[in-house]
Write a protein that binds this ligand. Structure first.
Ligand SMILES: [Mg+2]
Length: 226
């Protein structure tokens, strides 16, 4: 299959996919704000709050989903607090990434469990915001993010409305890049092409491709045997 053609629809996760592991301090800065929010909501110590943050992510898919289920937290209150620009770090300007994204044919969207203001700020910081045709964020997903089935239903419905390309007959036209395996599973079951962007974990057999870093996508785009 030729991967770099107009008929493809590219979906990029934001955190640790559009910026890599070498900038994990970006996500750490957000996780710290989330821990502070958990502490404030639950009244536990900072250390315990950090454990709850991680436990909810595992048990509920996102920390917010856990907070909503257990403490009826309003998603907007959560994001308004964690996105307060107090110690947050954003990825650095990325001219090579810009060249890479500009070389990709087809529509490009961000598909993120974050709220749009967080990913928008990061994309602007990297100077790649205008490389995308749109952002599907957690708010547009009605606060039910990946890996919930609803999130993928909404993404497909959004693409049907927004995109000039039809993928009904061939869902593999949708190419999804993600650093988290559990978020690729449902995509794979729908027939999307899956790309695992992760340098440390080995991909399972059912994942189509693996990249150690987003920038390695260049090799995949140029490979005639893909
Ligand atoms: Mg991610």
């Amino acid at each position: 299959m030729i991967i770099n053609e107009e008929s493809k629809i590219w979906l990029f996760d934001y955190d640790l996919t559009l910026y890599g592991e070498e900038e994990r301090h970006v996500l750490d800065s957000l996780d710290h704000r989330i821990t502070l929010f958990v502490k404030r909501t639950t009244g536990v110590s900072l250390e315990q709050a950090s454990e709850i943050r991680k436990k909810y992510w595992v048990d509920y898919g996102t920390t917010l989903a856990g907070l909503h289920a257990e403490y009826q937290v309003d998603p907007n209150d959560f994001f308004d607090f964690i996105h307060l620009n107090d110690g947050l770090i954003f990825p650095k300007k990325a001219p090579q990434k810009r060249i890479l994204l500009e070389s990709i044919k087809g529509k490009k969207y961000v598909f993120t469990n974050a709220r749009k203001d967080w990913s928008d700020a990061g994309l602007s910081s990297m100077d790649i915001a205008d490389c995308f045709d749109g952002v599907m964020d957690l708010k547009k997903l009605d606060w039910k993010g990946k890996p919930s089935v609803d999130a993928y239903d909404k993404m497909e419905a959004f693409l049907k409305k927004a995109s000039i390309n039809s993928f009904d007959e061939n869902p593999s036209q949708i190419i999804f890049l993600e650093d988290s395996i559990r978020n690729l599973q449902e995509a794979h079951e729908r027939g999307w092409t899956t790309i695992f962007v992760n340098a440390t974990q080995q991909k399972p057999d059912w994942v189509d491709y693996q990249l150690d870093h987003l920038q390695s996508l260049k090799l995949l785009l140029e490979d005639p045997h893909v």
